[in-house]
Design a protein around this ligand. Structure first.
Ligand SMILES: [Mg+2]
Length: 293
């Protein structure tokens, strides 16, 4: 066992793009989770996606064959609720721009999320896949009037295994910023360390005992950096599940050399494809280009 794994007690695992993509579970996910269990490493599934509740995530993971409890799922919604309760207990009446699941999670935590508040204490924006123009305009009106502007996370698109671009919370916030001239006052999700701190507190963990695994450098890995935990970028899916030609197929000598050259060419092409794909993803997400400011 590596020195890193020897000191790790808990893994915080990103979901979309790391354990699955959209509705497709990666082939290595089950084995990876069993390995963590066999090593006695605890786990929390950590996602910025505030469009679903923890219970809905449990159902999704169970459908993939991953048995888990709601307490093992930590979303930007929970990080936002924890922050509101501890840092801004004065903000109780919230205008929510989010899915019914997000509204229900906030109501269950004791917040007044009535649909037509006279003047809310704050506007909270999530990944609203049920976006409604009238509610969007009301959110902009309250933000322009000076209400605290809160966002569950700032991902601009949600990973997906279909060609559709899923407009995420960061893009909705960008729309509100364009309309009001205000940026969110507080963001709860990755890469903010506040996303991770409640998990450390809950299990009594030191940052050095936690490993963050995720597919996005500027959210998952950046959060690990800010919180001082270890991190591991998840591998690009297109590197997996391909059988390589060469000596392992029974060839040798010049066949092996030729196959080696072919493998090198394939590797270069695969890296280029990965790079282009990640570049597209970074541009969609609005992340700075590599080597940029
Ligand atoms: Mg991800």
């Amino acid at each position: 066992m590596s020195e890193l794994l020897r000191r790790i007690k808990h893994a915080c695992l990103d979901l979309d793009g790391t354990l699955y993509l959209g509705s497709t579970c990666f082939e290595w996910t089950g084995g990876f989770l069993r390995t963590l269990q066999s090593l006695g490493i605890g786990r929390t599934f950590v996602s910025n996606n505030s469009s679903r509740s923890r219970i809905e995530y449990v159902a999704k993971l169970t459908a993939f064959g991953i048995e888990c409890e709601a307490e093992e799922v930590w979303l930007s919604t929970q990080a936002m609720i924890a922050w509101l309760l501890h840092e801004r207990p004065d903000l109780r009446r919230i205008h929510v721009l989010g899915t019914p699941s997000l509204v229900r999670e906030l109501a269950d935590a004791g917040f007044d999320v009535a649909d037509r508040l006279e003047r809310p204490d704050a506007v909270l924006v999530g990944f609203d896949s049920t976006l409604d123009y009238e509610r969007l305009c009301r959110a902009a009106t309250w933000i322009a009037a000076g209400c605290p502007f809160l966002a569950t996370h700032m991902d601009r698109v949600c990973p997906n295994d279909a060609p559709t671009v899923l407009v995420d919370c960061g893009s909705i916030c960008a729309c509100l910023t364009a309309a009001t001239g205000r940026e969110p006052d507080f963001v709860a999700g990755k890469p903010e360390a506040s996303m991770l701190q409640p998990i450390l507190d809950r299990y009594g963990l030191e940052p050095s005992e936690v490993l963050v695994v995720g597919d996005r450098v500027y959210t998952d890995i950046e959060m690990a950096h800010r919180a001082g935990t270890a991190s591991e970028p998840s591998r690009c899916p297109c590197r997996h599940g391909r059988r390589r030609p060469g000596p392992r197929d029974g060839s040798s000598g010049r066949d092996g050399q030729r196959a080696g050259a072919q493998r090198g060419g394939e590797r270069r092409r695969r890296r280029a494809r990965c790079g282009r794909r990640r570049g597209r993803e970074r541009r969609r997400a609005g992340a700075p280009a590599r080597g940029g400011a």
